[in-house]
Design a protein around this ligand. Structure first.
Ligand SMILES: *Cc1c(COP(=O)(O)O)cnc(C)c1O
Length: 376
């Protein structure tokens, strides 16, 4: 059996090695390392795939979120509504800009922000809603967009884990997650569904004015070279990453299909087990399984995590501490938030290896080890 890993980017690379190697060498020979045609072509191809008018590449997903908040003109003291059950980047950048993250609950089935909790958390200081499409499942965008419209608030989608997910509205309209809110943000961190060979990120919008602002802020606030209109930052996707990502973009749908197939296999193995709740798939979106995350009922989760490690099966807890309980947010009154669903999930979730290269022999081994512990 091939060794088990949470992600297997090496095997994935070997399948497209000749194409990737040639593209990287071409960038080196061109000496166009920053900006230029390779980066622009990738941004254009990704915008097309995404169904967004504009794709603005940047250095990583965290920057994408920060630049999005800056472009929307959020000011110190403003509030943004976000889930606490997420990766820290989503909320850290708000705090960095002295914007207060107002943490709300998630739906325990989808792991994504609860629209009703959003509406209850809106105050006159609220300036944006930031749903996260966690693990690759879409947040309830139809309801979120309706609440946002009613209160005239922009929506920034954290789509770092769900690139390629198709969301279907009740009128039949289909849109990619990350193309629904005013701004969508994504990450090309190597383990993400569209992963670079280093860092990378992008922002998406249909709004021409907002696109210009995002582009300007990502580039030292420049409207044209050496004319700096606003305070910005330096956040670029380099040409080598763009060249690699452009190749991998052509395989993205196939990568998603492989992840969904692996998820189907796990689902079948665990569906009938009363100690395990398999990931919920709402019919309104196509889960892209960045993570395959079980919710355990009456099982010593950390015991299972350790048992699997001892048996050579990697597993991960995403995330062991919810954002509102991180020390980082003490100054923002993080622990004042009462989020029992978030706390409940934090103690019960466990993620199993899922990636594009898992085979049935590996999955059978993983399933057997999980069941061995649970059915002891
Ligand atoms: C990975 C990730 C980010 C940040 O992306 P980086 O490229 O690592 O900065 C933000 N939000 C979520 C939900 C993520 O999973």
């Amino acid at each position: 059996m091939r060794p088990l890993q949470m992600v297997d980017t090496k095997t994935q690379y070997l399948k497209i090695k000749s194409e990737v190697d040639a593209a990287v060498i071409a960038v080196m020979e061109s000496s166009m390392f920053i900006g230029g045609k390779v980066v622009n072509d990738f941004a254009e191809n990704l915008a097309k795939y995404h169904g967004s008018r504009h794709c603005i590449p940047c250095a990583n997903g965290t920057d994408a979120l920060q630049i999005a908040m800056m472009a929307l003109g959020l000011q110190p003291g403003d509030e943004v509504i976000t889930p606490s059950f997420t990766y820290i980047a989503t909320v850290e950048v708000a705090a960095l800009l002295n914007i207060k993250p107002v943490f709300v609950e998630v739906n325990p089935k989808t792991f994504c922000i609860d629209p009703e909790a959003i509406e209850k958390a809106i105050t006159p200081k609220t300036k944006a809603i930031i749903p996260v499409h966690l693990y690759g499942h879409a947040a309830d965008m139809e309801k979120i967009m309706a609440i946002a419209a009613k209160h005239n608030l922009p929506v920034i989608e954290d789509n770092a884990q769900a690139i390629g997910n198709d969301y279907t509205f009740s009128d039949g309209t289909v849109k990619k997650t990350g193309s629904i809110g005013q701004i969508g943000c994504t990450s090309f961190y190597p383990s993400k569904n569209l992963g670079a060979f280093g860092d990378g990120g992008a922002m998406f919008t249909d709004d021409d004015e907002l696109a210009a602002k995002l582009r300007m802020i990502a580039s030292h606030g420049q409207s044209k070279r050496y004319y700096h209109d606003v305070v910005g930052c330096n956040s670029r996707l380099d040409a080598m990453q763009a060249a690699i990502l452009d190749i991998k973009l052509k395989h993205l749908d196939e990568y998603i299909a492989a992840r969904r197939k692996a998820a189907d296999f796990y689902d079948q193995a665990f569906a009938e087990n009363k100690f395990i709740t398999i990931p919920f798939r709402d019919g309104n979106n196509k889960h892209v399984f960045h993570q395959y995350t079980l919710t355990l009922n009456g099982v010593d989760r950390d015991g299972l995590n350790q048992y699997l490690a001892d048996q050579g099966v990697p597993s991960m807890i995403y995330y062991p501490v919810p954002a509102h309980r991180q020390k980082m947010f003490d100054a923002f009154g993080g622990s004042d938030f009462n989020l029992p669903v978030t706390d409940w999930l934090t103690e019960r979730v466990i993620s199993l290896p899922i990636h594009t290269e898992l085979d049935e022999e590996q999955q059978t081994f993983i399933v057997n080890k999980v069941l061995e512990y649970i059915n002891r």
